[in-house]
Design a protein around this ligand. Structure first.
Ligand code: 26Y
Length: 822
């Protein structure tokens, strides 16, 4: 059935080399001598893609012929990172390809560096979707990822004069060798207009949606290959295009330029990823994006259902639809519309199907991240969906009233419509009502979700709530990114850990072996030396690989408290200035992360970091004991170089604010120790790895609540702690802003007067925990004795474990092994 041409399928070195040269010639149309670096990358990517296609088609055939439930993971973000290295790893041809390229005088690392990264996400939520896609394929679960093919992904960050500058991310500029456009499966999506209610000629009450405009959704498919299995799942991303039929009239009326303009407008829909995370803005285009990709995806699922010759009322038997936060929650109303309006399914049947299909993952408790669409805006774009939401709401609140007689205001609190201010649609409530399961992403987060934002839903449906702690894929985040450590591990315990991370437990006994510790240390030092070169290239800062690499990489946010780390750095600096001979363990503080372009405070936090770095790095009295660098444009590819080189990882959000965190897991897996608050998955990480290997500090979530209830007075901490006072005074005097006391006053003054994230309350205990990390780092043998168990006990934080839990507790799906078609 499938192609069996050896040059396109063989995994051996010589056919790979031949196939590569073939692609330089026939795909890039270049003589090898004239091929540029991008030609060479494209040729290699196509060589690898060919080897995946046979498995991809085999997977499609198997899934079509096997009645098995498929996971549809709906996410507005997929933060995949570069494909090539990961595909080589999962295919098991890293060595063959490296050698084949070497025979041609080419360096594989140079080719890998050519790939533009698909940065179609902001941070943790988008990266989680990518880790989950990897685990689903590796576990041989039938799954489709549905999302948006943004023409511009997350912006490129550069630092100019210490400040963030944004540039567009033109990731598609050189073409994308991994995607296949499937125009034959394009669908139409309606938007705007109005509805008409009428009785059809058979006496049925019906609703017609007369749209104001429509756009086409064209799917672009990328293969997601599992590790050393034949399963290749599909990531299907939708691009908006103009509908030709719709503009036909305009063309005929002669308004050619007007028609072209409308075409441009339609295509704006999938132009750019919104760069906000955790801060919601009621932007019409974003609602259109959300509805667009969800409507495309549901039509696509109905098409697949028809291929299986199943009726629409069996939708929930074929698909487990997961909502990655509320961004795709409109899908609940859309499936109801498709079933009721277009397929004439009775409301109650349609509601049964919908509630058995959808499940919802909540990723945040921050009120500013909760999506609430103003009613007028919602009605303008989705008039029929608003009616459907009203109907869902009426029936839901009626059910609540019957079950909950006497609790007058609970109904108002549960309502899908917020009527406390300007009326708005509460997307989290829609997601809860239309889903069979609602899950949090770490135990503390799931608990706070039940007690706080979704308290009333927990009161009526406690059985709907689940907690599934996040995980990260050990393929990309260990096997691929840290080959030195991976080799050492495999030499010691075999390679089973790559798909069963619990096996790393066997490393623990090696912590007592001085020779092993020495090799462990050497691998880590080599990673640090590599990173030092990169830091020098990118920032000009020269760092010592022997110093402690103290790393904080994540989106810049007040709640994540990068500025708390800066206060600690200033405290150390102040100690040196007060006593030039003070005992200071040499440290390199590394920061990286993007601030939302409109989030002024976060941008000021970046400027705060770079300004403090400027002063400290140039002060001769510091004698290189402290170095601070802000590394520009943090992304997945860069993460692959940073996580393996960290000694200490900063996870210092205010307790109760970070839903889970996943960087903490990546660092732990690579042998770094975490310093962190008892927040999100930090708590479980500390329990798993052992309190001795986790430097915990700060208020607990309960203590935060109690302190707030008592009335929090940050100035009292300033008055009480002389070191804190000295630190804040330096900032307020303009010491880090060339004598300008106003520049960082929004930080210092705000901390003294409001301090909404309780930095001053946690400062003392943070500095004390940092002193422990310094003491521990002085004894390198003891540090290795902590680093090895950190990896050995990180097995729980594999996304394979997380996905197994989703399969068993939410999706009720099973693996479908795929035989290779020949
Ligand atoms: C509404 C819109 C502006 C919005 C866009 C992106 C809201 C939120 C987001 C992204 C949220 C996010 O990334 N949340 C993170 O999810 C991770 C995976 O579950 C968690 O580990 C992390 O704690 C959480 O902040």
């Amino acid at each position: 059935v499938a192609a069996t041409d050896n040059t396109r399928t063989s995994l051996a070195r010589t056919p790979i080399r031949r196939a590569f040269l073939d692609h330089v010639f026939y795909t890039q149309a270049k003589l090898p001598g004239l091929a540029n670096q991008n030609d060479l990358f494209q040729a290699l990517a196509h060589t690898v893609r060919d080897r995946m296609v046979q498995r991809w088609i085999s997977t499609g055939e198997k899934h079509l012929s096997t009645p098995a439930r498929t996971v549809a993971y709906l996410s507005a973000e997929f933060l995949l990172g570069p494909h090539l290295g990961n595909n080589l790893l999962n295919l098991g041809i890293q060595d063959e390809v490296r050698e084949a390229m070497r025979e041609l005088g080419l360096d594989l690392d140079m080719l890998l560096a050519q790939e533009a990264e698909p940065g179609l996400g902001n941070g943790g939520l988008g990266r989680l979707a990518a880790c989950f896609m990897d685990s689903l394929a590796t576990l041989e679960i039938p799954a489709i990822g549905y999302g948006i093919r943004y023409e511009y992904g997350i912006f490129q960050q550069s630092i100019i004069d210490g400040m963030q500058v944004e540039n567009t991310d033109t990731w598609l500029r050189n073409g994308n060798p991994w995607e296949i456009q499937r125009s034959d499966w394009a669908v139409e999506v309606k938007l705007g207009g109005h509805t008409e209610h009428y009785t059809d000629d058979r006496g049925h009450y019906r609703v017609r949606w007369v749209p104001g405009k429509s756009v086409m959704g064209v799917p672009f498919d990328s293969p997601i290959l599992g590790y050393r299995v034949n399963t290749v799942n599909t990531l299907r991303l939708w691009r908006a295009e103009a509908t030709e039929a719709f503009d036909f009239d305009v063309f005929n009326r002669g308004d050619y330029l007007g028609a072209v303009n409308r075409k441009v407008t339609s295509e704006n829909l999938t132009k750019v990823l919104y760069p906000n995370d955790e801060t919601y803005q009621g932007k019409a285009l974003r609602l259109e994006q959300q509805y667009f990709f969800v409507a495309c995806s549901l039509q696509d699922m109905l098409r697949i259902l028809e291929l299986h010759q199943m009726p629409v009322t069996c939708f929930h038997e074929q698909f487990a639809v997961q909502l990655n936060d509320t961004h795709p929650a409109i899908g609940i109303a859309e499936l109801m519309r498709l079933l009721v309006d277009e397929h004439l399914v009775p409301w109650d049947t349609a509601w049964h199907v919908t509630r058995h299909a959808f499940a919802y993952t909540n990723h945040t408790l921050l009120p500013e991240a909760l999506e609430c669409w103003p009613l007028e805006l919602f009605e303008t774009i989705l008039p029929r969906h608003l009616e459907i939401i009203y109907e869902i709401n009426t029936r839901f609140l009626e059910e609540v009233r019957i079950r909950d007689y006497g609790h007058g205001d609970r109904a108002a609190r549960l309502s899908l419509i917020d009527e406390s201010g300007p009326r708005a649609v509460r997307m989290a409530h829609l997601a809860c009502v239309g889903s069979h399961t609602i899950n949090g992403v770490a135990d503390l987060h799931a608990k706070l979700m039940r007690e706080d934002v979704l308290r009333d839903f927990n009161a009526i449906w406690p059985e709907k709530f689940e907690s599934i702690t996040n995980g990260v894929t050990p393929r990309r985040w260990l096997a691929l990114s840290n080959p030195r450590l991976a080799r050492l591990m495999t030499d010691a315990i075999g390679d089973g850990w790559v798909t069963d991370l619990e096996q790393t437990r066997a490393l623990e006994i090696h912590a007592d072996d001085a020779g092993f510790r020495e090799r462990w240390h050497a691998a880590h030092q080599a990673n640090k030396a590599d990173l030092a070169v990169l830091i020098r290239q990118q920032t000009g800062v020269v760092v010592d690989p022997a110093s402690m690499f103290d790393v904080m990489v994540k989106r810049i946010h007040e709640y994540k408290r990068q500025h708390l780390a800066v206060l600690h750095i200033i405290a150390l600096y102040h100690r040196i200035k007060s006593d030039p001979h003070a005992e200071i363990v040499p440290r390199t503080f590394l920061f990286a992360g993007k601030a939302a372009p409109g989030y002024h405070y976060a941008k000021l936090m970046i400027r705060f970091i770079t300004s403090v770095a400027d002063v400290i790095n140039r002060d001769p009295q510091v004698r290189d004991r402290l170095k601070v660098a802000f590394l520009p444009n943090f992304n997945v590819g860069f993460g692959q170089r940073i996580y393996p080189a960290g000694d200490l990882s900063e996870q210092i959000s205010l307790a109760g604010k970070e839903a889970s965190g996943t960087g903490n897991m990546k660092f732990a897996m690579n042998g770094a120790l975490n310093i962190g608050t008892l927040d999100g998955a930090n708590i479980e990480l500390r329990d798993a790895i052992g309190a001795e290997q986790f430097f915990a500090f700060g208020l607990t979530a309960a203590e935060v609540a109690a302190l707030r209830a008592d009335g929090y007075r940050p100035a009292a901490y300033y008055a009480r702690n002389p070191e804190l006072r000295a630190v804040i005074d330096l900032v307020q005097q303009g010491f880090f802003s060339k004598g300008d006391p106003t520049l960082f006053e929004p930080i210092a003054g705000n901390l003294l007067q409001h301090d909404p994230y309780l930095l001053l309350a946690d400062f003392d205990s943070y500095v004390a925990a940092q002193a422990q990390t310094s003491a521990a780092f002085l004894d390198q043998a003891a540090w290795q004795r902590m680093s090895i168990p950190s990896v050995a006990r990180s097995g729980y934080f594999s996304s394979d474990r997380a996905i197994r839990e989703y399969c068993a507790r939410i999706w009720h799906v099973k693996p479908v092994p795929v035989p290779l078609l020949r």
